[in-house]
Write a protein that binds this ligand. Sequence first.
Ligand code: DON
Length: 311
Amino acid sequence: MRSPATLSDIVTSFLDVVHDRLLADRRGDVADYIPELADAAPDKFGIALCGLNGRVYESGDTHIPFTIQSVSKAFVYSLALDDIGMNAVHNRVGAEPSGEAFNSVKLESSTGRPPNPMVNAGAIVTTSLVNGSSPEHRFERILTRLSAFAGRDLAIDESVFTSERVSGDRNRALAYLMRSAGSLSADVNETLDVYFRQCSVLVTSRDLAVMGATLGNGGVNPITGRRVTSAETCQHVMTIMATCGMYDYAGEWLLRAGLPAKSGVAGGLVAASPGEFGLGLYSPRLDHSGASVRAVVAAQQLARRFGLHIL
Ligand code: DON
């Protein structure tokens, strides 16, 4: 007689089902506007889920490192909130979905603020608001925060950093525009160096699952047991992820997946299920909004299967 399937068997086998089913999906292209990203193996695919008890379920390429890119924005936002408080952060950056692409040049006409901390413009301002006595110190604090969320010491990919810096004219233009509008008061090149570095931090989909679980767990990393940030900050971060994390796909994403999430152009995606678990996904082929095609579909299937919609 077969022994009854445990919850962990059910979760693992469903991750495998979703993973195997989506391997045939080759829609989308790898990002190439940052030359180093174009070298990614397009068909890698990893799905990881971390429960709030610290148990991690994995399927596929969950140990392949890739650069965190815009997924970093949610976690750096947590640091800015903790450093200077929600009102001071949002004096400089809005909290409204933009309905525009991640690299849009649209600023709020009445205030000159970028629309939210998840689009590039808003993330550049958010990075500039992190406390630090120098750009190096500011980045060190960001790396420490990202590492605490992941539960291990993270490092950066220097060649992606150099490539971002060389090809970063649009972000530079955004930063100068925001300086002229009064929303960015820090030095443009120093701020962008920190921002490009934060985007170049290497993670795996397993790391993203743990980072998402830390948010879903009210700021305590379920693997290390350490408090990274407050439950209140996690609530603010997940709110902005839910409304703005997927850029111009944010509304449809929330409709279909119902989870706070953040995408990155290297193909990473983090989603947090409050009080339940964190999801980390990786596959480099992207859709029109700069999110991984397979990660989006897989997260939606998982959310539906496990009834995770927050509403
Ligand atoms: O600012 C950039 O262009 C990148 N370093 C990050 C962009 C990104 O990941 C957008 N998200 N999908």
